[in-house]
Design a protein around this ligand. Sequence first.
Ligand code: ATP
Length: 240
Amino acid sequence: VRAEQGLVVSGIEVGYHRGPAILRDLSLTVGAGEIFAVVGRNGAGKTTLLRALSGLLPCRRGSVRLQGRDFTGLSAERVARSGIAHVPAGRRVIPGMTALDNLKLGGYQHSRTALASALDDVLAMLPALATWGARRAGTLSGGEQQLLAIGRALMSRPVALLLDEPLTGLSPAYQQDVLEEMSKIAKGGTAILLVEQNVRKSLRTADRGMVLDEGRGVLTGAAAELLAADRLRDGYLGVG
Ligand code: ATP
């Protein structure tokens, strides 16, 4: 794990407004080129974790570092410009715009030449996007929209990519596509943090992972070890 080149989360506490802490003393590391899966049942705090890492929610304690730089307390805008891209649940592509125009939105911060080269690279990484790039995003299938949302996030050339439930609502074939594209993206050096309710599928693709329960990391390790862990096998998560 090239941790110093990736995302390091140390002892964060996060909650909404003045409410109780949802995440407590949570730590994890995602190295460059690594896929780290956070799994847990509904309400465990998975979405809250991604919101905190992307600057949408403040950390009350602890720190978030990317490539050794302190990201704690940065605005969502600064975080996005400085190397962390977030693909929220539900994909949120703009339905009335073409797929290509949706992609370009992800590179809004680039100069015209940087935008063109980012687009070339993203289309090389996700060639399926080129085949339906001229279609309006709203007419694409759920799986195509998920790939588009991932491609849009890659347009910013992130160091770390945060994916919220990228498999949810997709057919098994599209789930497989998304998992394969994720592996390709990681091989290119991006640190990928994925939160998922599809425990087995995500752990089979991930390198390492964590079981999140009531805002605490209750089990962390190699994905293969988590898959074999008794607590997982015994239905600890309440899902297969
Ligand atoms: P799901 O997959 O159902 O979204 P999750 O693991 O992503 O589950 P979160 O959405 O992070 O879980 O929710 C964790 C806790 O935070 C829950 O108790 C939830 O009620 C609370 N919560 C989520 N959003 C808010 C909010 N906007 N304001 C206050 N509390 C919230």
